[in-house]
Design a protein around this ligand. Structure first.
Ligand code: NIG
Ligand code: FE
Length: 413
């Protein structure tokens, strides 16, 4: 994935800079050199530990740029209700949806949330993800939002995953503020944001800009206040309805506009003018049984530095699997495997301000990489419904992942 020091656009998304018979020299948690084995082997001395990847694909750890990984309980009952024909929107209007997870998250202690989230951290690592953008948003009181963000900070310290925290206090109006959403927005701005900024608990601020949740005016209030405090905006935009989220992202100079299922050409042009990165979340379209995926091809043709992410959450997208997103991008969104891969590595890394550290295997970057048990990178999107990661290296160590622990890799003839 070596290339220019910026996110990839247009035809560049296809340029993976694959090295056949490659090798990589790593020391002190950093990549020292990458090239052909014939050249790199000259650096091997008696101190060097040699890892033979045996013809497998070695690539940067996936960067998942949109997740909600800390929550109490789960929503398997709602999953069955949807299977029986109810819609996500109906369930939310009936008091389920985000509110049901909020109730369970408030009831959970910080330790309980840490333990359940640690289990999900393992899942991400097993899929080959090493960096995660992690949103709060299931607390919706100052105390509970801070609790979630502290859990994210602890996960970052105590697991092998790298977490980048985002404050999403404006995820839904909690029941105690029913019909007083203005007062809730005021609470987010005046109480939550200053506390989070002063404790440095979040790098970004997000808002669920959607009818029935927060309108453009509310979202703008929250994100402008966040910017003042140094938290850069990311926005849940145009997921269920076309309500102006893309244009707002452009107006505020947001780092990303996420979802965009309903965004049209006008919205795409606005994103392009302001250089906002689209973060597309096909897992939520799939898991809600919908069929309108975001217009990825039009966005690529418009020159946007597209990102794909899981949106891991208990309601609309209960999957940690980036390989599943690669499959959906290629089968439902008209993307080719190379474009999809750029969107979950280098482009995702830049969307989190980490382009100089992760997202490509390049001298000077972190030794943050995955050995996938296949001989061609396209197999990761092609053989779907299973994980290919065999070993994941991150934070200076090795995490053993998937199936090759029991099944030795045998290249096909
Ligand atoms: O990105 N859209 C808002 N937030 C999540 C869903 C949250 C939930 O249903 O719990 C999303 O899809
Ligand atoms: Fe989301």
């Amino acid at each position: 994935m070596v290339g220019p020091a910026r996110p990839r656009v247009g035809p560049e998304l296809n340029e993976l800079a694959i090295i056949e018979d490659g090798a990589m020299l790593v020391a002190g948690g950093k990549i020292i050199n990458v090239g052909r084995y014939a050249d790199i082997k000259l650096f091997i001395d008696s101190e060097t530990e040699v890892v033979d990847a045996q013809g497998c694909v070695v690539m940067p750890g996936f960067v998942d740029a949109h997740t909600h990984p800390v929550f109490g309980g789960n929503r398997v009952e709602e999953f069955e209700m949807r299977a029986r024909g109810k819609s996500y929107e109906d369930i939310a209007r009936g008091g389920g949806g985000i509110q049901s997870t909020v109730a369970k998250t408030r009831a959970a202690s910080e330790d309980e949330l840490f333990e359940s989230s640690k289990r999900y951290a393992d899942w991400f690592l097993q899929c080959g993800t090493t960096t995660l953008e992690a949103k709060s948003g299931y607390g919706l009181t100052a105390e509970d939002e801070l609790k979630i963000l502290r859990v994210i900070r602890r996960l970052n310290k105590e697991t092998e995953l790298n977490y980048i925290p985002t404050f999403l206090g404006a995820h839904a109006v909690p029941p105690e503020y029913k019909d007083r959403s203005d007062e809730y927005v005021q609470c987010v701005v005046e109480q939550m944001l200053p506390a989070i900024a002063s404790q440095k608990l979040a790098k970004y601020c997000d808002v669920f800009c959607e009818s029935g949740y927060f309108d453009v005016a509310d979202a703008k209030k929250v994100l402008l206040a966040a910017k003042e405090l140094g938290l850069m905006p990311r926005i849940h935009a145009d997921q269920l309805t076309r309500c102006g989220g893309a244009e707002l992202a452009a107006e505020l100079g947001a780092v990303t506009a996420d979802h965009l299922e309903q965004t049209d050409t006008t919205g795409i042009k606005a994103l392009k003018r302001a250089n906002v990165q689209p973060v597309l979340l096909p897992g939520s379209v799939y898991a809600l049984g919908k069929s309108k995926y975001p217009a990825a091809r039009e966005m690529i043709e418009a020159g946007l530095a597209i990102v794909l992410a899981t949106d891991f959450n208990p309601g609309s997208s209960p999957t940690p699997s980036i390989p599943m997103m690669l499959s959906l991008a290629c089968t439902q969104m008209g993307m080719v495997p190379a474009e999809a891969l750029s969107a979950v590595t280098v482009n995702a890394a830049y969307s989190l301000g980490l382009g100089d550290r992760v997202g490509s295997l390049q001298a000077g970057k972190d030794a943050d990489f995955v050995i996938h048990d296949c001989a061609d990178y396209r197999e990761i999107a092609y053989f779907f419904g299973l994980e290919h990661a065999q070993a994941t290296y991150t934070k200076g160590g090795k995490v053993i992942a998937g199936r090759s622990q029991t099944l030795p890799f045998a290249p096909s003839p």
